[in-house]
Design a protein around this ligand. Structure first.
Ligand SMILES: Nc1ncnc2c1ncn2[C@@H]1O[C@H](COP(=O)(O)OP(=O)(O)OP(=O)(O)O)[C@@H](O)[C@H]1O
Ligand SMILES: [Mg+2]
Length: 287
């Protein structure tokens, strides 16, 4: 097996597997390398956006890396990375029982944290009912996953690329149909497989588990589910109902959002004692 093929296999196991099972001729390999190269090139041509620095965007992992929230996100992403070394883990769904638990905020911050570690990360706005991530990132949310679904254009033309970290973003787009029928289509599951070949991580933001079916469908296509609860907001009963609705083998962890105001104070006091000048990001990306 050539070195090039071994490198491609590391970068894209799913596509190389299909090549191994099929055409093993050198023509097949050249074709495969050409396709893969053009896809990677197209990723770098995605429209750039600057991660907003305003406090309303609540992107603490970018704007306040010395906060306890940013530290907790680093711990969570380290656990995901450790787990990825032991099993097939790439597509992570972020969901919760009800509206407003913080799914979009956590998805965006988790994706930034994973990308800041230097790994190619894609954030998908999978909330076709009330997408908010385009607004948070201040990009055009008209076109995205749902428009791709109805038009034969390359998905790479709908992606945005963050400046400074290897983070890509696929907006939900304007959805004029039943979101559930788009999400559970064969086309969507094929798209996810294709995207999994290009990225190290795919973080999917979703609508609430109750009363919609969307998050459950996203869960079946994901490798792991992060279930959020918001301190003082998520009712215990509905939270327990949402836990019961998730396949246990996929439940990676439960994240308590908006908690520990006291711990934050101690953490900041400790941090500022050690490090007067806050550092910005643990890892910066340059092409
Ligand atoms: N830890 C937090 N501290 C303070 N505000 C927060 C926190 N997490 C989220 N918020 C704010 O709460 C609101 C709801 O958060 P977000 O949109 O992330 O929730 P959601 O679960 O995605 O909601 P929906 O179910 O409607 O999609 C937003 O205004 C967000 O900025
Ligand atoms: Mg949301």
């Amino acid at each position: 097996m050539s070195r090039v093929f071994e490198a491609l296999q590391r970068a894209n196991p799913e596509l190389t597997r299909s090549l191994e099972e099929g055409d093993k001729s050198s023509d097949g390999i050249s074709q495969f390398v050409a396709t893969l190269s053009s896809e990677f090139a197209a990723l770098d041509e995605a429209l750039p956006f600057a991660i907003p620095e305003s406090p309303e965007a609540r992107l603490v992992s970018w704007n306040d890396p010395n906060s306890l929230a940013a530290e907790n996100l680093r711990i969570l992403s380290a656990r995901l990375r450790q787990s990825q070394q032991r099993r097939s883990l790439k597509k992570v769904l972020v969901t919760s029982a009800i509206q407003g638990d913080g799914k979009s905020a956590i998805s965006a911050n988790l994706a930034i944290t994973l990308a800041a570690h230097g790994e190619k990360t894609l954030l998908i706005d999978g909330d076709l009912h009330q997408p908010t991530l385009s607004k948070s990132f201040r990009v055009d949310g008209e076109r995205g996953f749902s428009t791709w679904h109805n038009n034969p254009e390359a998905v790479t033309s709908l992606l945005y690329r963050a400046e400074g970290v290897p983070l890509w973003f696929l907006p939900a787009g304007m959805c004029h149909e039943q979101p559930l029928s788009l999400i559970q289509s064969q086309k969507t599951s094929e798209l996810l497989k294709q995207l999994a070949g290009w990225f190290s991580w795919i973080v999917i933001d979703s609508p609430p588990l109750l009363p919609l079916g969307d998050a459950s469908i996203w869960a079946t296509m994901s490798d792991a589910v992060l279930l959020l609860a918001r301190q003082g907001v998520t009712p215990k009963k509905v939270f327990l109902k949402s836990v019961a609705s998730i396949d246990r083998s996929k439940l990676f962890g439960i994240v308590m959002n908006d908690a520990n105001a006291n711990e934050e104070r101690y953490y900041r006091a400790y941090y500022s004692g050690k490090n007067e000048e806050p550092t910005r990001h643990s890892a910066k990306y340059s092409k």
